[in-house]
Ligand binder design. Structure first.
Ligand code: HEC
Length: 114
């Protein structure tokens, strides 16, 4: 007995639904990139100097980010210009800076401003 084509059709609908969630997937990818940069790929990694609970880091050179809760603009400025003993991160791309700003401001509960 031939299988009804209904099953294939509903599978298609389900995957179309997943594409509908594209914006969420992009957000999640950006946050994941920010976290990866924070914990290991930025040079030097933010985690070496900063404590951030979400990232599991306990660096003690710079301020505890969970306490100062910087918004995205503040993170962006620190990365572009450096601040005190924190170096400017000249080798990061715009997308990487944005991902870090988004990740840090989200992870600390500060309102993201972009
Ligand atoms: C070599 C150690 C070091 C590294 C690596 C480092 N920071 Fe910092 N960071 C500091 C210090 C020190 C300060 C405090 C500067 C001051 O207020 O004089 C600071 C301050 C900050 C601030 C607060 C800025 C403000 O306006 O008060 C943010 C946000 C920040 N860092 C984010 C990051 C991020 C994100 C990274 C990784 C890309 C990073 N830091 C890497 C040492 C570091």
């Amino acid at each position: 007995m031939p299988r009804p084509p209904l099953l294939a059709a509903s599978l298609l609908l389900v995957s179309a639904g997943a594409f509908g969630a594209n914006a969420d997937a992009v957000d999640a990818a950006e946050l994941a990139l920010g976290k990866r940069l924070f914990t290991q790929s930025a040079v030097p990694a933010c985690a070496l100097c900063h404590t951030l609970r979400d990232a599991g880091s306990e660096g003690a050179v710079g301020p505890v980010l969970d306490e100062i809760k910087p918004d995205a603009d503040r993170v962006t400025k620190a990365l572009r210009n450096g601040l005190g003993n924190m170096p400017a991160f000249k080798t990061l791309s715009e997308a990487e800076i944005k991902a870090l700003a988004r990740y840090v401001s989200t992870a600390t509960g500060a309102a993201a401003s972009n």
